[in-house]
Design a protein around this ligand. Structure first.
Ligand code: UGA
Length: 442
């Protein structure tokens, strides 16, 4: 069988590579530069272990910008184009609409039935009100006759995408008829090694909503634990890590997504909360909880800057070194990364900002240029600085020798991710969610 994947972003390329283990895959991308790089065998983002998997299946992948060729050559198309947010907080469907239009036009010529699988994150109602109408209009064919649409939301995480795709906790498929679901199930059986993956078969709106509800819940857990962490900082000897560990042992809560820090970033959680909340308002429900989750998250990066200011007094001309810039470890992605907010705030206060990250340095340089200084190692970044903030908990920071921090002018360290507590004895150590023994409660 030949399959096609539209959109070579993170989800699209990883999906294509996973499918490439079983099928020939036509990968459609309209960005010419991306296409050239992919054709040249370049992996266009950092994802642990991905380049080896990519190289193994490279011969099975064909990269093209020709939608008509992809549709007429394949039996199934996976759509993984981005659905960003507009300035009015609604979802931008322009990439999706444009891909669907070209798929529909190609379907005009096709004799056999085609399955269109939507992996892009779309709001409830989008399949019925946008996806199917565009395909019907541009192909001149009826849904269920010339083509079928199925929703199959993606739950993999950046940095752990290969693991998540191979062993998902669940698979959700939304369709309007059982025969489409059953056809797709046969394909899923071939792809997933773990045969007992729970399968949720439902209608379109539920499949669409599950994705949003899940990301909103994850974001809620993070803002919740950050709220507890922020309170712990004001309570002598309180430690959010111990509290979080105890909470996680209750099976009703679970230990995941209870790590306090500088808040959630990335291309999914912030955007999904925003558009879900906007949808709530549009359909006549004020989603207060979602708004508060987002608000807590918005303030969270600023807290480490306030801690630095409280300790150092004015930050004017103080040298502050940031360790980690990516929105999470295991990726070079800086979209909505808390590091960007921390840098902006430090610059506003007149600090001299130095940064180091194992993978995301050049992306941050594209934004801040010569406003900040870029270092190729932790050691150089810390040398002579007044304050260090751990922003992203890469493994290499967890294993840093405490002595490295003694190269700072004043070894004052704020651990924004609870990743370097092992240095707490040799430096003046402040951490997210850790109350100082010396302070008084009331
Ligand atoms: C998220 C979801 O976890 C995936 O299930 C989903 O498929 C994906 O969005 C998507 O919608 O495509 P991702 O954005 O890659 O995945 O990253 P996460 O692992 O969810 O982390 C998001 C942010 O939360 C990061 O900034 C991370 O540092 C932060 N986080 C995570 C915490 O601050 N504390 C935690 O305990 C966990």
């Amino acid at each position: 069988m030949i399959v096609s994947v539209f959109g070579m972003g993170h989800v699209g390329l990883i999906t294509a590579v996973m499918l490439g283990r079983f099928f020939d895959v036509i990968c459609v991308e309209i960005d010419e530069e991306k296409l050239i790089r992919l054709r040249g065998g370049e992996v266009i983002f950092y994802e642990p272990g991905f380049d080896q998997t990519f190289n193994k299946v490279r011969d099975k992948l064909e990269f093209t910008d020709d939608a008509s060729y992809a549709i007429n050559t394949s039996d199934i198309s996976f759509i993984a184009v981005g659905t960003p947010t507009k300035t009015d907080h609604s979802q931008d469907h322009s990439y999706l609409a444009s891909v669907l239009q070209s798929i529909g036009e190609a379907l005009k010529e096709k004799d056999s039935r085609h399955l269109v699988v939507i992996k892009s994150t779309i709001l409830p109602g989008t399949s019925e009100n946008l996806v199917i109408p565009i395909l019907e209009h541009s192909s001149g064919k009826k849904h269920g006759e010339g083509f079928s649409v199925l929703i199959n939301p993606e739950f993999s995480r950046e940095g752990e995408a290969l693991h998540d795709l191979q062993t998902p906790d669940k698979i959700v498929i939304g369709a309007h008829d059982f025969s489409t679901m059953n056809d797709f199930e046969e394909i899923l059986k071939m792809v997933y090694v773990k045969n007992n993956v729970p399968l949720i078969k439902t209608n379109y709106v539920n499949a669409e909503m599950i994705k949003y509800a899940q990301n909103a819940f994850l974001a809620t857990k993070i803002s919740f634990i950050n709220t507890i962490a922020n309170m712990c900082e004001k309570i002598p000897s309180a430690d959010v890590e111990i509290i979080s560990k105890a909470l996680g042992l209750d099976h009703r809560i679970s230990s995941h997504f209870l790590r306090a820090g500088l808040g959630y970033g990335g291309s999914c959680l912030p955007k999904d909360i925003e558009v879900l909340s906007n949808l709530g308002r549009k359909i006549g429900y004020e989603p207060t909880l979602l708004d508060v989750v987002a608000l807590v998250n918005e303030h969270q990066p600023q807290r480490v800057v306030t801690t630095a200011e409280e300790h150092l007094g004015s930050l004017l001309d103080q040298v502050v070194s940031l360790l980690g810039l990516a929105f999470k470890p295991g990726t070079d992605d800086i979209r909505e990364a808390p590091s960007l907010r921390v840098i902006e705030s430090l610059l506003e206060k007149g600090a001299k900002v130095r940064v180091y990250d194992p993978k995301a340095l050049s992306k941050v340089e594209n934004i801040f240029g010569n406003l900040i200084e870029y270092y190729k190692s932790t050691e150089d970044c810390l040398d002579g600085s007044d304050c260090c903030i751990l922003v992203t908990e890469w493994d290499e920071f967890r294993s840093l020798k405490p002595d490295i921090f003694l190269k700072m002018k004043t070894p004052f360290v704020i651990d924004g991710r609870r990743g370097i507590s092992h240095i707490s004895k040799v430096v003046e150590y402040h951490a997210v969610g850790l109350g100082k023994e010396s302070q008084t409660l009331w």
